[in-house]
Design a protein around this ligand. Structure first.
Ligand code: 13P
Ligand code: SF4
Length: 334
């Protein structure tokens, strides 16, 4: 893919200056001439193509704050994808998120700026693994985190996100469930319900690197610190947190508590993006970077819209069953 550099001319400066005013506290002025030509071109092309950009909370600020139409956690993106009347959806996130958008929008064009944007959790389990688990635990419902391939979703009874996992596991009314593939999210759900959880050994390569000792050291330094952690973190990390929840749950917690200093135990762009919304909160950032989320860039988004690449499709032999698992989740979330 050849990505051309666009010039920052007076027209672009004029057109994008209101956008820059909104993001000046998160994007340094010196960087704006690099981003602005892409921001202007992307926003123009979006209108021409009747396209919408859905961006996960881990996208870089120049995507999150300037070209995204909808931002949110995995649940919000799935719900909004199901509701959009745009012809084209550009999913700035990772591949499983785009597949989910395609499942609920089979007739629309769903694009990802970079096809390599994967996820260590999605890579940790195959459809064959799920079939073997079903043989081993006959009759036990299979609850699958959305961070999975469409093939794995197709073998599942219902999908969940970190934002609704506890609620859906409880709502199933079963004494035990198979919960795939994130071991730590499974343990977190098990700690919040009486339902017996059979887990898999998948891990998020970003969140598994945090440690409880790290959090205790920050807390010792500042006992007033409010610590928010994503449930993909190991149990000793979650034990130290004041709040555990999805990326959107963390943002909501920042807004509700308005703590002076907040420690975000998650991916690096979260603090940049949230501080755009809450400039009065000081974020402590022992963050870990998700290399997959960072594959989306403004030049690649422009390329996507210009060439309608890279289109995400789902094999029809799995799409119907995978869609059913996602639709069941969305029905629980309405
Ligand atoms: P959220 O659904 O909480 O946004 O999480 C998605 C994800 O990939 C976290 O690593
Ligand atoms: Fe996957 Fe972890 Fe990256 Fe989220 S942060 S996309 S779970 S690797």
């Amino acid at each position: 893919m050849s990505l051309i550099e666009l010039p920052y001319d007076p027209d672009v400066e004029r057109e994008t200056s209101p956008i820059f005013e909104r993001v000046a506290h998160v994007i340094p002025r010196v960087e704006w001439p690099l981003h602005a030509p892409y921001v202007a071109a992307i926003n123009r092309l979006k209108r021409e193509r009747n396209a919408v950009i859905l961006a996960h909370n881990y996208q870089v600020p120049e995507i999150y704050h300037t070209v995204a139409d909808i931002v949110g956690d995995s649940l919000a993106l799935a719900m909004q994808a199901a509701q959009t009347d745009a012809d084209v959806i550009v999913l700035c996130g990772v591949h499983f998120m785009a597949e989910t958008a395609k499942l609920v929008n089979p007739g629309k064009t769903v694009l990802v700026p970079d096809l390599q944007a994967g996820c260590s959790l999605a890579d940790s389990i195959t459809a064959h693994d799920v079939r073997l688990l079903r043989e081993r635990y006959p009759g036990v419902p299979v609850v699958t985190y959305v961070n999975t391939s469409a093939e794995v979703k197709a073998e599942s009874d219902v999908c969940v996100t970190s934002g609704n996992a506890v609620k859906i596991v409880e709502a199933l009314g079963a004494p035990r469930v198979i919960f795939l593939p994130d071991e730590y999210l499974a343990k977190y759900v098990a700690s919040r319900t009486n339902v017996e959880i059979i887990a898999w050994k998948g891990h998020c390569e970003v969140h598994e690197r945090f440690t409880g000792a790290q959090l205790r050291a920050y807390r010792a330094d500042d006992p007033t610190l409010r610590i928010l952690a994503h449930p993909e973190c190991p149990p000793d990390v979650l034990a130290e947190a004041d709040y555990v929840g999805s990326t959107q749950g963390m943002i909501d917690d920042v807004g509700t508590h308005r703590a002076a200093r907040v420690l975000l135990i998650t991916e690096c762009s979260m603090a940049d993006n949230v501080s755009g919304t809450f400039p009065d909160v000081a974020f402590v950032r022992p963050c870990n970077l998700c290399p997959h989320m960072k594959r989306s860039t403004l030049p690649k988004i422009l390329h996507s819209l210009e060439h309608l690449e890279h289109e995400v499709t789902v094999d029809p032999s799995v799409a119907e069953r995978a869609r059913a698992a996602v639709e069941r989740m969305l029905a629980y979330s309405r």
